[in-house]
Design a binder for this molecule. Structure first.
Ligand code: ARG
Length: 417
């Protein structure tokens, strides 16, 4: 008899894959609970029509499925674009942004069914357990959390398949690729298999959303992305809702093989891992948004916001989406985005997106001030006084050094070897 704490009802995050399928009978056996599965569609590009029936056939008492795409874009992706949130300089964090929303829904579904615990299929060494559990514990502190993959004895996929066969539960019949893949409308992450050797090039069949750039269409295309207050609203002058806009850009940039990344990152638990990412739409939007900020934000604000972006990215990566610091930083970001309205033009070609133009009714770029041709409005004389003051502290240092017979430059800069 198990010594585990027993639960009455557990809401289980369910994808229909092997791990979460095996979780259903395993939780029933080990926790004595009734199982309710929850599946959220974040635009993972899978057909979820049969998933409810599959969960019930696997032994769930109830199965909930909903389309979260609109909410995901509006409440999670757009704020991250406005924040220019990219982890360790590269990763736009589609997975890290999706987890808090799924966890929030797990808590809501648990409340609806009067469940006393939730379960997820994350492994012991990933970031996702952190994101699920921090969110669940902050939004539903009364709920127990079960992470079967940290507990059960099954260590290999073969163990899990045997377990499933013994219990007659349906398991995915497609021959699985040797990768772990997590995809949604903001991007795709692929790891494991031969990519665990950092020197190996990612195999061709690892990529899900993008074509090999060497098979991209010849030549290039130009697109115009429009933003209102930092939110993408139109492509080539055609207004689009968030989901439509992202699908359109994912297809277009994906055809050109844009947005592929091969990255070694620092996980929350302390280890480094290699992950291959695809973020076609995200690459274009983050580039274009930052470009627009270059003309719409004043110098100190633009500089300061870059620091905030780093902190914001870490907050997302570390699963602290629903914490007070993110809300506080959103206050700052909201203010900065009030003037980030305008268009950015990009040229797309094989594997590459380049900015070719930007314009905004609120642009701080003043041709009169910048020009070296006719129509210059810049007051040349004002620069003379500015140079006097701007160099004042350096001139003072130089005078003191000279009066004390010291070199004008520190030792290390005057050595001639
Ligand atoms: N490394 C990314 C993160 O921690 C993605 C995790 C999921 N990756 C995967 N291939 N299943 O956010």
């Amino acid at each position: 008899m198990s010594t585990r704490k027993q639960y009455k009802k557990i809401v289980c995050a369910y994808s229909g894959g092997l791990d979460t399928s095996v979780m259903i009978p395993w939780l029933k056996e080990h926790y004595g609970a009734e199982i309710i599965t929850y599946t959220g569609d974040l635009g993972q590009g899978e057909d979820l029509s049969g998933i409810k029936a599959k969960a019930l056939r696997t032994g769930a008492a109830h199965a909930e499925v909903d389309d979260l795409q609109e909410r995901f874009v509006r409440e999670f992706i757009w704020p991250s674009v406005r924040a220019s949130a990219v982890y360790e300089g590269q990763y736009p964090m589609h997975t890290a942004l999706g987890r808090p929303l799924l966890a929030q829904r797990l808590v809501e579904v648990a409340e609806k069914y009067g469940a006393d615990a939730v379960a997820h299929g994350c492994t012991a060494k990933g970031n996702d357990q952190v994101r699920f559990e921090v969110t669940i514990r902050s939004l539903g502190p009364q709920l127990g959390v079960v992470a079967p993959l940290r507990e059960w004895e099954m260590l290999t996929r073969e163990d899990e398949v045997d377990y499933a066969i013994e219990r007659g539960i349906p398991i995915p019949i497609t021959r699985e690729k040797p990768y772990s893949i997590d995809q949604n409308i903001w991007g795709c992450a692929i790891e494991c298999g031969e990519m665990e050797d950092l020197w190996n090039e990612p195999p061709d069949d690892a990529w899900q959303m993008t074509k090999d750039p060497s098979h991209a269409p010849k030549g290039s295309v130009e697109i115009v992305l429009s933003f209102e207050k930092g939110i993408p609203v139109a492509v080539d002058g055609r207004p689009m809702g968030g989901v439509e806009l992202l699908n359109h850009l994912n297809d277009l940039a994906g055809t050109f093989g844009i947005g592929r990344m091969d990255m070694v990152e620092n996980r929350v638990v302390g280890l480094k891992s290699r992950e291959v990412y695809e973020a076609p739409a995200a690459t274009l939007l983050l580039m274009a948004h930052t470009e627009l900020e270059r003309i719409c934000l004043d110098r100190p604000t633009w500089h300061y916001k870059r620091q905030v972006s780093q902190d914001y990215a870490n907050i997302i990566y570390e699963g602290k989406w629903f914490g007070p610091l993110r809300h506080a930083l959103d206050g700052f970001i909201e203010r900065t985005q009030a003037t980030v309205t305008g268009d950015v033009r990009l040229r797309l070609s094989a594997g590459l997106a380049r900015i070719t133009g930007r314009r905004s009714p609120l642009s701080l770029y003043d041709t009169g001030l910048a020009t070296y041709s006719e129509g210059d409005t810049f007051d040349r004389e004002s620069a003379t006084g500015f140079m006097e003051l701007y160099s004042l502290s350096y001139r003072t240092v130089a005078a003191v050094r000279r009066n004390n017979q010291l070199n004008a430059l520190p030792e290390s800069d005057t050595r001639k070897d």
